[in-house]
Design a protein around this ligand. Sequence first.
Ligand SMILES: [Zn+2]
Length: 201
Amino acid sequence: MTPIQALDTPHSSAYSCACCNPNNLSTGPSRRGFLGLGAAALTGGLLAMSPGQSQAASGNYEAMLLNCIDPRFTTLSWQYMGLLHGIARDKLNDNYSQFVIAGGPIGAVHPKFAAWHNTFWENLDISVSLHHIPRVVALTHRDCGAAKLAFGEAKVATKEDETHAHAEALMAFRAAVSKRQPKLSVITGIMDLNGKVDLIG
Ligand SMILES: [Zn+2]
């Protein structure tokens, strides 16, 4: 009974997340009891903060956001989604799915990260079929460590070079979406460290 075994137990038996089970129309507290102690209090707090928790696992949602794991952009990307759709942020809360991967769209298309690609595209398929999303929002960002790995430091040394390299990946991403999910509209851009986005394509 190591701590690892204790954590694994719910996943290997009855655990199921809302996004992967279309029959699971109720996301009650029992589904979120994975941490055991304190789960009831934590769930109560989340429910109070997020009205979307009571929505169905399948339904009509606004978008999928694809962005980088860089911690500096967690809040900025959430804020951008609110601005993008021109509606109050609290209404967009829990109204889009999110896939977070190093480099964001660069991680989904660049050959350096080929082992990750299928995971993203299959997740996009699931979000289309379950959440009926009409669009995908794919953001890279300035000073991205994953982009430096993919392109090489020299290719992103200046802002102009960085824009050029990211734009190439973003255009490849747009092409891949139109091939895989032709009905989706695509928004692609590069987010600055202050949250401003330069749209590409
Ligand atoms: Zn990054």
